[in-house]
Write a protein that binds this ligand. Structure first.
Ligand code: HEM
Length: 388
């Protein structure tokens, strides 16, 4: 009897595919509306101002990143002005805070405010960039021996010969009246390191003593043995990460700064004057210790770092379990929080006329205080290891 009844019911369902479609559709729409309503009215961040689209989905950020061609940093800065507030909601669980002092709380050396795994895991490999704080600590200290060696002399010598080679070529181009491609010039200068495959070959065929110091040597988990296939793959990933982290950043900053120097007669001639009058010889041995003390050159570099803002986007961190309060708004543990380098470097209270390339701001009476707010390399436990 039941068989007959069930069979009939199933038949009637099979016979009505529309019923299945409408029921599933209605359930999905109801669930979607429930999520949207929760995010908009009941979420712990619902009182934080921001665009409606950002409050209910990640589409606002995606729009800025993809459609607006990576313009999120400027767009976020505009939101702060539009809503006249230091805290804005840029996706359902993510707030951006434009407050120089709170910046140092987020990007700190102490515990808490670790990298947001949701964002950094998208970088693909288990690298120093994406690693959790503990694994990163050990990788950072190994890599530091290479990127910040005690003996700067040999590194500077190598950088000098690469730069000299590039500048000789630039002179040839300019004598021929040809345009100079600063982008590719600085990219190849910044890349003048060891090639991954060559280094791996080197590591396999020679004794540890013979080998040159490279990131691969520093991170190699089995330095006294042949590199296994798994280690090899991992090491190639790590090397690519260092190329990714070190090459585009350095070359973009150099390209931007050179362009600014060459576009301003005043800045160009002041810099030239300082270099010509300094008691240094570039031709016979590169006197880098004296060069790095030159005040105008240093000011030009700092201004280049400030305005090139090669990593302008969000560097999201996660609020620790106990939560944190920002000016009356409680951010529960797990909330994603960021503060862009762009918004710090364009804070007109700290850097008046912030869009203008003005090296003199780094020579003014308050310049020592200003240093604190130069966050081009970020701050805290996950700041750049290539900054020295
Ligand atoms: C003008 C040049 C550079 C700038 C402005 C710059 C800026 C930055 C910034 C802002 C971060 C933090 C990223 C984050 O929080 O996710 C960072 C991280 C990093 N940078 Fe640089 N960087 C530069 C050059 C370099 C160079 C030359 C190297 C390598 C030799 C390097 C290696 C790294 C690494 C490995 C990290 C990740 C550190 C970690 O997560 O613990 N950078 N850099």
């Amino acid at each position: 009897m039941f068989d007959g009844y069930l069979g009939k019911s199933l038949d009637s369902i099979t016979l009505s595919p529309n019923l299945f479609f409408y029921t599933t559709g209605t359930i999905l729409i109801a669930r979607l509306l429930q999520i949207l309503a929760w995010r908009w009215w009941f979420h712990p961040l619902s009182s934080v101002p921001g665009p409606r689209l950002a409050a209910v989905s990640s589409l606002w950020q995606m729009w800025q990143d993809v459609v607006r061609d990576g313009d999120a940093a400027r767009a976020i800065d505009r939101l702060h002005r539009e809503y006249n507030t230091d805290i804005v909601r840029i996706s359902p669980n993510h707030v951006h805070i434009k407050d120089p002092e709170f910046y140092f709380k987020i990007y700190n050396v102490g515990p808490g405010f670790d990298k947001d795994p949701g964002f950094y895991s998208k970088l693909g490999v288990n690298s120093i960039l994406s690693a959790d704080t503990n694994s990163a600590r050990s990788m950072r200290s190994k890599a530091n021996a290479i990127v910040a060696p005690r003996d700067w002399g040999s590194m500077v010598e190598k950088a000098y010969s690469t730069a000299k080679h590039a500048s000789d070529r630039l002179v040839i181009h300019s004598e021929r009246g040809e345009d100079i491609d600063l982008f590719h010039t600085f990219r190849s200068i910044s890349q003048g390191g060891e090639w991954v495959d060559g280094t791996l070959k080197n590591s396999k065929n020679s004794s540890v003593k013979d080998r040159k110091s490279t990131i691969i040597d520093a991170l190699n988990p089995s330095p006294n043995h042949d590199i296994s296939a798994t280690d090899r793959e991992w090491l190639v990933d790590q090397s690519n990460t260092f190329v990714f982290a070190g090459v585009d950043t350095t070359s973009t900053m150099l390209m931007y700064t050179f362009h600014k120097v060459l576009s301003s007669h005043e800045i160009h001639s002041r810099l030239q004057h300082e270099l010509q009058n300094a008691d240094i010889s570039i031709q016979e041995g590169y006197d880098w210790k004296t060069i790095r003390e030159l005040p105008y050159l240093s000011a030009v570099i700092k201004e280049g770092l400030r305005l090139s803002t090669v990593i302008p986007g969000r560097l999201p961190r996660t609020v620790p379990a106990e939560g944190v309060e920002y000016k009356g708004t409680f951010l529960p543990g797990g909330t994603v929080v960021s503060s862009t380098i762009y918004s710090m470097h364009h804070n007109s209270k700290i850097f008046p006329e912030s869009d203008i390339f003005n090296p003199d701001r780094w020579l003014a009476a308050n310049s020592a205080e200003l240093e604190r707010y130069n966050v081009a390399f970020s701050k805290g436990k996950r700041s750049c290891i290539g900054m020295k």
